[in-house]
Ligand binder design. Structure first.
Ligand code: GLA
Length: 383
């Protein structure tokens, strides 16, 4: 080959290489550059109601999947520090698993999330009796709570986000609660890598309302074992101590000097063996510093291995930290994984448990003419 030929061939090689780099960067952009919502049939309930799966994808490739059964987040794929996507929420591969869902994986819980002592409360002089589905207490809205209802669902989209709007009318007397309660839950995934959940509700009779989302997160990936090494910060100087049935005693106790203190980032597993009754672990409501209803940072969790970080902001005055203490390997989840104890953490933003019976806790009573509102934002990044 002559020198001039070599120069031509070298230049051509360079152009080919540059073209390849350009093409691959375009391909990456094409893969990650488009926001989308895909809607498909997921299955049918025993009663024959059709369930829809919505797949939301944002520009950085984060993907959230939702179904209109229980307004459940079935999957959430988030990048680690080397941009590898992993599903960071526990769950099941098909509708059958979600229909049973004994540990309330990733669902919308209510009408009253968490516990009501003895399943009883008095409102406007009348005593109401609810199902006692957790030992002596009422838990997560009763036997057939919002997590087991079929919601109406429709896609929502704007310039910077994709989402799903879910509506459910809980009729007067359902699970013992008074009033027709019209509930709307909107999940939106934005290009700021935030998964936001907005809840609103309206009633025609005074009734307690405390809605939350019960997602089980493992930032290492749903099949990666336990979350004991995840570092957690909660923006709370106080918590609500509980009795042996997990009902608050009414006291608001400082976390300082106790195993409950997460004011500075601390491994979830650092003191977990010293906390709670049997089984050991966190299952407690934290009293957030911000309690004026504005959107404020509630918690930050970081998985040191993958570098994934989850930051939760909320308008709610409390957050229940639950560390999957009741998981024991008996639930077989996605890909056949048997979820061990502490396979995930839940940070359920809400009003305090049993607030309906605790005059000193912020009220959960919604009255006709008022609108219940709660917003919680889950922001993801890696470091
Ligand atoms: C909540 C409760 C826990 C447990 C789980 C579901 O987080 O606080 O005690 O009931 O739901 O298993």
């Amino acid at each position: 080959m002559r020198v001039s030929e070599r120069i031509v061939s070298f230049a051509a090689g360079g152009i080919v290489a540059l073209a390849a780099i350009w093409a691959s960067s375009c391909a990456k952009k094409a893969e990650t550059g488009r926001m989308s919502i895909v809607e498909e049939v997921y299955g049918k309930t025993a009663e024959g109601e059709e369930i829809t799966l919505f797949t939301l994808t944002n520009e950085s490739g984060i993907q959230a999947k939702l179904i209109n059964f229980g307004a459940i987040l079935t999957e959430l794929h988030v990048p680690d520090r080397s941009e590898k996507l992993e599903d960071v929420v526990l769950g099941f591969d098909s509708l059958d698993g979600w229909l049973a869902n004994p540990a309330y994986f990733n669902c919308t819980t209510g009408r009253c999330a968490n516990r009501i002592a003895g399943g009883r409360f008095t409102l406007n002089g009348k005593e109401y009796e609810l199902a006692t589905n957790d030992g002596p207490n009422h838990l997560h809205g009763g036997v057939v709570g919002l997590n087991k209802r079929v919601w109406k669902a429709e896609k929502v989209q704007d310039a910077d986000s994709v989402g799903v709007k879910l509506d459910y009318l809980s009729p007067d007397g359902e699970e013992g609660y008074p009033g027709n309660l019209q509930i709307t839950v909107i999940y939106t995934l934005s290009n700021k890598d935030e998964l936001k959940i907005d809840y609103t509700a309206k009633t025609d009779q005074a009734t307690p309302v405390n809605l939350t989302n019960h997602t089980y997160f493992n930032l290492g990936g749903q099949a990666s074992g336990t979350i004991l090494d995840h570092e957690l910060m909660i923006a709370a100087d106080h918590f609500t101590p509980v009795d042996e049935t997990l009902i608050p005693t009414g006291e608001i106790q400082a976390v300082a000097g106790t195993d409950m203190d997460f004011t500075k980032p601390t491994a979830i597993g650092a003191r977990i063996g010293k906390v709670g009754g049997e089984p050991k672990g966190y299952d407690h409501n934290y009293v957030l510093r911000s309690r004026d209803g504005s959107l404020a940072l509630a918690a930050r969790v970081r998985d040191p291995k993958s570098g994934r970080v989850l930051e939760i902001s909320t308008t709610q005055p409390g957050v229940q930290l639950y560390t999957g203490n009741f998981l024991d390997g008996s639930i077989r989840g996605k890909g056949g994984v048997e979820y061990p104890k502490h396979a995930a953490f839940c940070l359920e933003t809400q009003h305090y448990p049993d607030a309906v019976n605790q005059p000193d806790f912020p009220s959960v009573i919604l009255r006709p003419g008022e609108t219940y509102r709660q917003t919680t934002v889950h922001r993801f990044y890696a470091q």
